[in-house]
Write a protein that binds this ligand. Sequence first.
Ligand SMILES: Cc1cc2nc3c(=O)[nH]c(=O)nc-3n(C[C@H](O)[C@H](O)[C@H](O)COP(=O)(O)O)c2cc1C
Length: 449
Amino acid sequence: MTQDTLRLGAFFYATGHHVAGWRHPSSEADGGLNLERYVGWARRAEEAKFDLVFLEDGTGIRDSNLRSSERTARSAHFEPVTLLSALAAVTSRIGLVATTSTSFNEPYNVARRFASLDHLSGGRAGWNLVTSTTDAEAANFGNDQIARHTDRYERAEEFVDVVLGLWNTWDDGAVIIDRASGQFSKQDGFRPLNHRGKHFEVRGPLNISRTPQGQPVLVQAGSSGPGKDLAARTAEIVFTANQTLAEAVEFYGDLKERMARFGRARDDLKVMPGLFPVVGRTEAEARAKFEALQDLIDPVVGLALLERMVGGFDLSGHDPDGPVPELPEAEGAKSRQQLMFDLARREGLTLRQLYLRIAGARGHSQIVGTPAQIADEMEERFRAKGADGFNIMPATLPGGLDDFIALVLPELRRRGLFRSEYEGRTLRDHLGSRPPARVASAPASPTQA
Ligand SMILES: Cc1cc2nc3c(=O)[nH]c(=O)nc-3n(C[C@H](O)[C@H](O)[C@H](O)COP(=O)(O)O)c2cc1C
């Protein structure tokens, strides 16, 4: 795949990204806990030659108001690495990327889990590193509140170094399995890590050998200053949410410039913003599909989603038809909170209008239109250097995915923007990136946003 073509992720949120998608008669509403559904979606994405499937995750139900959680399909779903292990067995080419938090795990477990997935899948694993953002998740790990943003990223910097170090504790080809001599692995084929840092002490080595990709692909999804620094140093893919073309170009340029500080080439990292497409053969058809979903939004669920996006603040006391209130800076998802404020200001939205506006895409780019309109916007962002590809967010499953594959992909292929066949077998082959050389160690104190 050349650098002139798009990378595409199939970003699956069980039952679809639209918050009311599960209520739509066409959706597979039990998808969150139904393996057969996921098998069908993953196979469709692989037949369509997507680079990867991406499964997001939290370490708990993320709404602060549990009563609203009873009214969404988001409250019950598989743990994603377990699910990807099952999907590895029924797919052969598509990349398999899942979120795992650096705040609520230990690096040894994470290194081992993703190394396992890379072996199981023949070199298709990717780890989306997040620091987690909600108090609701912290409450499952003995804390009332999420740790401070700076502290979370400090831990994440050391966490990722330990994981990378553990993945490198085994040499390529160290397992020889020589029955005659009794030597299972090469002499000195693996070694301890002996990491002693502020947050972790890890002897190593890992109890799984070096993986088919050398190491799983590292993905990062934080967009604050510390998030961008971490990505610039270590990530091969960045997921982000942008609204306007100008924002996308600014983010992309900033991130790629930061890479130079860590001695990395710009092409070693692919920026893949989320894209929520609602496709119709005509604009009117697309609009009708979108409105049918919007009509199903439960106000309690819509408001709870917005509360999470602005940093977990209770908005129930505010007039839904009044302006979006001033709120303190979030300790959780700083970049997403800012995006919500910017969006409300730019489009002059009330509280209700804002939650309706983000009920599908949660702040990612949202396009309701024809295949040509969607392809135009993708091509524009790609050519303007605002994206190397996109993480496609179907509104409903399977319908939103099927529409994108049937209607938008042919248009992208006609423009020479997307592959018709896989060129390689591993996720890194699809990305067209080299296995990373040893990553530079973390700066003593991460740069502030
Ligand atoms: C495409 C995408 C996927 C994300 N997936 C997750 C996820 O699965 N779990 C999670 O806790 N946060 C997820 N995030 C949120 C980010 O990890 C991060 O917390 C958020 O963007 C705020 O980053 P910041 O604190 O660096 O500003 C995702 C963000 C994006 C753009």
